[in-house]
Design a protein around this ligand. Structure first.
Ligand code: ZN
Length: 309
């Protein structure tokens, strides 16, 4: 028997506003090494990434491709001079950071970049809770809210990329002491009512300190359900995944399902919104790892695309 050829070594970066998670892997079940770095200034953070991958390659061999799943907004227009840049992020110092260019200057391997949430949708459709379900929407509800879309086998880009966290929704009709929406751009958007940051500003307490029966959660569920209803009506998804730290709140997902049904009021006669509702609107199959595994999937696809040329 000839020894089997090991799968290509892929570098994966999940670039977040508070931490970068890095991995060198041969596949989702063969992560050889991973680490996390605190997100500091762009140059020092990216240099630390480059240093880690150089060291890790000495231990494990040469990386053959890299995938980057990043917070955004990102310039993903491949014809734009700023392709692969973080664009107008509110994160101080990170506006117009040439993320992809910096890494390409360090490593001469095929690379792909996408939003962290688009990447998560890709990973969930390949290895997680959305296998065979297309279109798939992945939404993360954490300090902010973002969403990615996989449709007809591809991640959705266009003039920009989906910005599901800023879908416009009605107020949550709750009794928050500070009732307004908390997004600096919009009076009434999902992130402004249902993100961890918004929950704390509206109710005066960090979201993890609000018990599951606190009235705040009804408004959060109602807000998320409006977003999901709008996505059902525009994208006709076969799956919506709700991930992120805020979704760990007991009962929040179940309450969101109920409001989704109430909002749509029987208009869409599809099994996904009836007896399949629990699997249609669900938590991630890959837990906290959707973003990093999405970066890995992007790297694997970049390698495959190059080998087909
Ligand atoms: Zn907004």
């Amino acid at each position: 028997m000839s020894p089997s050829v090991p799968a290509p070594l892929i570098g994966a970066i999940e670039a977040g506003g508070t931490k970068f998670v890095l991995a060198l892997a041969r596949g989702p079940t063969e992560v050889l090494e991973r680490t996390r770095l605190s997100t500091g200034a762009p140059d020092s953070t990216l240099e630390a990434c480059v240093h880690w991958f150089r060291q890790a390659q000495q231990r494990h061999g040469a990386m053959q491709a890299m995938g980057i799943a990043s917070f955004g907004p990102l310039d993903l227009n491949s014809l734009s001079p700023g392709y692969g840049n973080i664009s107008t992020t509110p994160k101080p110092g990170w506006q117009h950071t040439p993320l992809l260019r910096h890494l390409r200057a360090a490593f001469a391997v095929p690379m792909a970049i996408d939003t962290d949430v688009n990447a998560a949708a890709l990973a969930e459709s390949r290895w997680g809770a959305a296998i065979g379900l297309d279109p798939t929407v992945y939404i993360t509800v954490g300090t902010g809210i973002g969403g990615g879309v996989l449709a007809h086998g591809s991640l959705l880009h266009g003039a920009l990329h989906p910005e599901i966290g800023h879908l416009m929704v009605p107020p949550p009709e709750d009794a928050a002491p500070n009732p307004g929406g908390q997004c600096p751009f919009h009076k009434q958007c999902v992130e402004g009512y249902a993100s961890g940051t918004a929950i704390e500003k509206r109710w005066g307490k960090p979201a993890p300190e609000l018990p599951p029966d606190h009235p705040a959660w009804t408004g959060v569920a109602r807000t998320l359900a409006y977003a999901c209803a709008n996505l059902c009506l525009t994208l006709s998804p076969r799956k919506i995944i709700l991930g992120g730290g805020v979704m760990h709140t007991d009962g929040l997902l179940a309450q969101t399902r109920q409001f989704l049904q109430t909002n749509l009021n029987g208009y869409l006669q599809i099994p996904e919104l009836q007896d399949q509702l629990e699997t249609f609107l669900s938590e991630p199959g890959l837990g906290e790892h959707s973003g990093l595994l999405g970066a890995m999937a992007l790297g694997m696809d970049a390698l495959k695309a190059q080998s087909q040329h």
